[in-house]
Ligand binder design. Structure first.
Ligand code: PHE
Length: 346
């Protein structure tokens, strides 16, 4: 029976199988335990012979069980380590990563470019009142932009009886900056603006960067140089051509609409075309002008002492131009694939 037990132990392939054999042999009802009990009925002489023999058998069987168990347990551990092991030589799985949004990227770039020209960054509230957004910017009560269907109004008024609204441009930051810090001023003001407008080229929320310089003896030449310098740095090319067209904004006088164009490597005009008609070839880029003296007055400064220029540029449009993006609405979809397509995903 010992030989049989040892052979079966050898063939046992699990800890459970070994345990079954142990119970069969060394359990309360086991055959070895039974053998041990026979000792009690023996004469002392018999016991002297049989005792050591049975103890020897028991020890052999117990040792064999312990050995087999150890082997099986080691194998099980080995298998588990192998299956759960981490292979450090494998490439790491790709993790989807976020990135800076093109709009934020452009705003950061503008902040850097203008910092080099001595401009600080200013901000104002997106929830504005109609005095800062319209009145102080010389926009009359009858100005069409003030209409309900162009501007998002809140039902309430503030403590001074001003109607609250979502600012329609970043120009109210001009007023807030002049009133807060006085003159001279050199700031840009990036931020979100809102208009009741929605199609392939208009979203109800979009982004602008406002620029404002207030100082002594500022003239149109300063405006032109600043815009040219900024656009060359932004588009990273020297062959930028600007076209300044007379325009109208209530808060600037004179007002200038700025179109941009440039030539390709062969000297051909890529944007800009040959025709000089508005909209033909030229990309309409921003509105600007000399700050209207009435605006300087509204903001509490003396227009005979201080002059300046201002401009407002659409950030989303700048990003589309620089990165060749064609649908404005994709800016606000939060689609990783769109970002990756334009090289914005890590
Ligand atoms: N606020 C104007 C707009 O949103 C742009 C502008 C800013 C024009 C400053 C002139 C001066 O269209």
């Amino acid at each position: 029976q010992v030989a049989d037990t040892l052979e079966r132990l050898h063939g046992a392939d699990s800890v459970d199988a070994v345990e079954a054999i142990r119970v069969e042999a060394l359990g309360k009802q086991g055959w070895l335990s039974g053998l041990m009990k026979t000792l009690g009925k023996m004469t002392p002489e018999e016991r002297q012979v049989e005792g050591p023999r049975i103890q020897g058998l028991r020890a052999r069987v117990a040792d064999a069980i312990a050995d087999r168990k150890a082997v099986l347990e080691a194998a099980a551990l080995e298998a588990r380590l192998a299956s759960e092991g981490i292979d450090l030589t494998l490439p790491a799985p790709a993790m989807p990563q976020g990135s800076v949004h093109p709009v934020s990227q452009v705003m950061d770039e503008l902040a850097e470019i203008f910092a080099d020209l001595g401009f600080a960054v200013a901000t104002g509230p997106e929830i504005e009142d109609d005095w800062h957004n319209f009145t102080a910017l010389n926009m009359a009560e009858t100005h069409p932009a003030r209409a309900m269907h162009d501007t998002f109004y809140f039902p309430d008024v503030d403590a001074e009886g001003r109607r609250m609204l979502l600012r329609t441009h970043t120009s109210p930051v001009q007023i807030r900056s002049m009133m807060k810090q006085g003159a001279p001023i050199r700031i840009i003001a990036p931020g979100r603006v809102y208009r009741s407008d929605s199609d392939a080229t208009h979203t109800p929320m979009f982004h602008q960067v406002e620029g404002l310089v207030i100082d002594k003896d500022i003239h149109l030449g300063h405006l032109k140089w600043t815009l040219e310098t900024f656009l060359k740095a932004f588009f990273e090319r020297e062959d930028i051509v600007l076209r300044l067209r007379p325009s109208y904004f209530p808060f600037t006088e004179p007002s200038v609409e700025v179109d941009v164009g440039w030539k390709d490597e062969n000297g051909r005009r890529v944007l800009g075309g040959d025709g000089d008609a508005p909209g033909h070839g030229w990309m309409e880029l921003l509105g600007s002008g000399m700050v209207n003296r009435r605006v300087i007055e509204f903001a509490g400064l003396d227009p005979d002492e201080w002059q300046g220029f201002a401009f407002g540029v659409g950030v989303d449009r700048l990003a589309m131009l620089k990165y060749g993006m064609d649908d404005l609405r994709a800016f606000f979809d939060g689609d990783h694939r769109w970002l990756a397509h334009y090289g914005f995903s890590a």
